[in-house]
Design a protein around this ligand. Structure first.
Ligand code: SF4
Ligand code: SF4
Length: 372
């Protein structure tokens, strides 16, 4: 005889989910239409019906260890066909936000970055830090001289010390969060049909091609914007490594000429980022014939990335125009958004990259993956 399972509803968590964009979750009456129409859900233990059930009962720990909320690609086919207007696609989005916060190390960083109302606090941290460093090292104020050289305001070694230490700390935090997630999901099934490495490599190839997005019906054109943003970040990462190489090996000082291939890659990536984000914004606002709502968490992320790209482009354009009084403050502002994007990675929407990669890898290892 099966054992009785006792569920203690976590009402506070249900309220939080509703506030984070899952306000319709109580409308669900468990018909399972969503699990049938979801183009990404496997036949074996499909989603998102079971997640809707868990959300209604506030099963926070079970949701935190559920790989399926990360397999979801926000296609919204489920929301289109849900007969109750329960918007399961949005509810799953709210769950992902809550899991990112729950798994954040340290927890207060998750509370700050995942709460859109605390975005100014999140930006105030690098603002105060940068001002303190510039003040203590005598670099406050617009540097003199006709030529605009950003390292005169913020010497590269200071930037590297601040960013490298912050990235090292948050990188370790992210690894702790991801390991906790992996331990949680792997407790559910220990019979693997294949090993981690081959499943992981296949997942990385899939991420590079965004193949799974092609399965979406309602939200199929989100793929282009998502792909552009993904490759823009990859390009900017390569650029950062390239600049560091220039600085330390051939000791080329900034500003690097526009004719340098590194600059081409940087500018192309910034352009791809702007186009990609604008496409994502357009996709969110256009009428897709389905009732969905973007959460303020999603909007905050999109706006932050747009500001990152715009301040980056303006930093270059104003420098080329030779307006020092605008160029240095713009560079300072751009660094705030760079800090927000890179250092807060484990607590922002970007954190989904690690969770989703592990969830897809796990679904492959357990033989639950769909044919792409
Ligand atoms: S979310 Fe909608 S489609 Fe899915 S089980 Fe609930 S009522 Fe049915
Ligand atoms: S949003 Fe898309 S991927 Fe997610 S559960 Fe609904 S149909 Fe499936």
């Amino acid at each position: 005889m099966p054992e009785d399972v006792v569920i203690t509803p976590d009402i506070k968590f249900v309220r939080e989910l509703k506030k984070a964009g899952g306000d319709t979750l109580k409308k669900c009456f468990q018909c399972a239409t969503c699990s049938v129409v979801c183009p990404i859900s496997p036949d074996n233990k499909p989603f998102p019906r079971k997640e809707m059930f868990m959300a209604q009962w506030g099963m926070k720990d079970e949701l935190a260890a559920d790989p399926d909320i990360w397999l979801c690609h926000n296609c919204n086919d489920c929301s289109k066909y849900c007969p109750r207007g329960a918007r399961p696609g949005d509810v799953l989005g709210a769950m992902r936000q809550k899991v990112i916060r729950e798994k954040s190390v340290p927890a207060f960083m998750g509370n700050i970055v995942t709460d859109p109302k605390k975005t100014l606090v999140a930006l105030a941290i690098p603002f105060v830090l940068f001002l303190a460093v510039l003040g203590l090292t005598g670099h406050l104020g617009i540097p003199s001289g006709d030529r605009i050289v950003y390292s005169k305001l913020f010497p590269i070694r200071y930037i590297e010390i601040i960013f490298m230490s912050a990235i090292a700390l948050t990188g370790i935090s992210y690894l702790i969060s991801l390991s906790g997630f992996w331990i949680g999901i792997s407790k559910q099934n220990r019979s693997y049909s294949r090993g981690f490495v081959s499943a992981f490599v296949e997942t990385i190839i899939e991420v590079l091609t965004h193949k799974r997005f092609k399965k979406c019906g309602v939200n199929a054109d989100r793929r282009t914007g998502h792909l552009l943003v993904f490759y823009a970040f990859l390009g900017l990462l390569i650029t950062t490594i390239w600049v560091t190489y220039y600085y330390y090996v051939p000791k080329i000082d900034s500003p690097i000429p526009l004719t340098d291939p590194m600059k081409w890659l940087a500018n192309l990536s910034a352009l791809a980022l702007i186009v990609g984000i604008l496409l994502l914004i357009f996709n969110r606002t256009k009428d897709k014939g389905v009732n969905t709502k973007s959460s303020s968490f999603d909007w905050t992320f999109v706006v932050m990335i747009l500001l990152l790209a715009l301040t980056g482009i303006l930093t270059e354009v104003i420098r080329l125009a030779g307006i020092a009084s605008l160029a240095y403050p713009m560079y300072f502002t751009h660094l705030l958004f760079v800090f927000y994007t890179i250092v807060y990675f484990p607590y922002s929407k970007l954190a989904h990259m690690g969770y989703r990669t592990l969830a897809i890898t796990y679904s492959r290892m357990t033989g639950r993956d769909i044919i792409l």
